[in-house]
Design a protein around this ligand. Structure first.
Ligand SMILES: *Cc1c(COP(=O)(O)O)cnc(C)c1O
Length: 421
């Protein structure tokens, strides 16, 4: 079970709304920091352990700054994400660049920042060399193929576009070494939103065994193993969060049995987790605009799918709290909708809630990852603001809401009279 509680009171929320109109995303600094500390603590046995926060989950510099203070690096996969890192003054070992189908200019930027480059394909060695030069350190992304069971979101590894096969991994390290690369890492990520901690143990075991084989076959020492992201979160109240301490103990056991017992050099462990780090600590706050009763009951919100598209995109469950009505019986069936001209613009379908009325505040839980970040402008909808609830209870705006002038910024209305039909 995971309790779906709010880190703020109804009174606090009313204060916030007096200053910032709904909808908005509100992030809980305290919850994020506590999770980050727990993550680091769980893996404190591993010297050099580092989690690289997958910035795509919630690419806000304020959140990154908080996580950086807790010792996290940044995991980037695009130009904008690299630039965000650069603007925060991050470089070198603080940046993991795990991209795929990568354009030359992104490799150039990653090299300029001296980021750790994690290559997604064997052909990228030559591509990187040609366009940006090879770094001292390289990492390769392993796709274990049918060694590993599928996961619902990423699917069967053989079908996934990511990573190198086992034999390509061997060739990649050999070729990179011949070309003068001297330091190596290894990466894999085959899960997304995985709640079974044993899944990560299995992944670690596959990676540790491969490290041993690489050492035996090629004499190449792997200095760090990046276990990727994919740590799931309990979107549903009846689900259980991944037990980090259990996972860490299991990985430690495998580390002792495979890395230490075979006399391999110490290995730094990394994750590039995104969802689990900010997901549960972000809340989408929205107000009921209209109640509509036709063949079904619809609660029409002032937020829509552009604020959080996971329910529409994946049919994902997001828990909803009606603020101030937590203790009333949830005995009314609603579709909770947005205003897009898309019938799948619904935050929930057939959800039992207490009876709601226009003006009621709804909080949509677990919106701190792939929430605001996935926002888009379809139907001329504007992306909402992001707010941070500080540990001392203060609230600060960490991204303003878009305005209509942002929406029209890429158009030139001045040139319109010239346009002859
Ligand atoms: C999305 C992604 C992550 C983060 O995944 P989460 O599920 O948010 O933990 C990490 N690494 C890569 C390469 C990714 O694509």
């Amino acid at each position: 079970m995971s309790e779906k509680k709010l880190p703020f009171s109804q009174e606090k929320l009313k204060e916030i709304i007096a200053l910032y109109p709904t909808p908005f995303h509100l992030y809980d600094e305290k919850g994020m920091r506590e999770y980050a500390r727990r993550f680091n603590e769980a893996f404190s046995w591993n010297i050099g352990f580092k989690e690289y926060y997958a910035i795509k989950a919630a690419p806000n510099p304020y959140l990154m700054k908080i996580l950086r203070k807790e010792g996290f690096g940044i995991d980037c996969s695009s130009m904008a994400e690299l630039e965000l890192a650069e603007r925060l003054g991050m470089r070198g070992d603080e940046i993991m660049f795990t991209s795929n189908d990568t354009p030359a200019y992104e490799f150039l930027k990653a090299r300029e920042l001296n980021a750790i480059i994690n290559l997604d394909d064997i052909s990228h060695i030559a591509y990187l060399e040609k366009h940006a030069g090879l770094p001292e350190t390289l990492c390769f992304r392993y796709n274990p193929g049918n060694l590993k069971e599928g996961n619902l979101i990423i699917g069967h590894p053989e079908e996934a576009k990511y990573g190198l096969t086992r034999s390509q991994m061997m060739d990649a390290y050999r070729i990179a070494r011949e070309k003068g690369v001297t330091r190596f890492g290894i990466h894999t990520m085959v899960a997304s939103n995985e709640l079974d901690p044993d899944y990560f143990l299995e992944t670690a075991e596959i990676l540790f065994r491969l490290i041993l084989e690489i050492r035996n076959e090629l004499g190449v020492t792997i200095e760090f193993a990046n276990l990727g992201g994919g740590i799931g979160i309990p979107y549903r109240p009846e689900q259980q969060a991944v037990d980090l301490e259990y996972m860490s103990r299991g990985i430690r056991r495998l580390y002792e049995d495979i890395i230490v017992a075979n006399g391999l050099e110490p290995l730094r462990l990394n994750f590039e987790s995104g969802r689990a780090v900010t997901g549960p600590y972000g809340f989408l706050v929205t107000q009921v605009l209209h109640i509509k009763n036709t063949y079904k009951n619809f609660a029409g919100m002032d937020a829509c799918m552009v604020n959080l598209m996971r329910p529409a995109l994946y049919g994902a469950y997001h828990h909803i709290t009606v603020v101030g009505k937590e203790d009333l019986p949830a005995d009314r069936l609603y579709d909770v909708t947005g205003s897009l001209c898309e019938n799948n613009d619904k935050f929930a379908i057939d959800r039992l809630l207490p009876e709601v009325s226009p003006g009621d505040l709804l909080v949509i839980h677990d919106a701190g990852a792939h929430g605001h970040a996935m926002g888009f402008n379809y139907n001329g909808k504007l992306r909402s603001a992001e707010l941070l609830l500080r540990e001392n209870g203060e609230v600060m705006e960490i991204r303003r809401a878009e305005s209509l002038s942002d929406y029209f910024a890429t158009l030139d209305f001045e040139a319109l009279p010239e346009f002859q039909v």
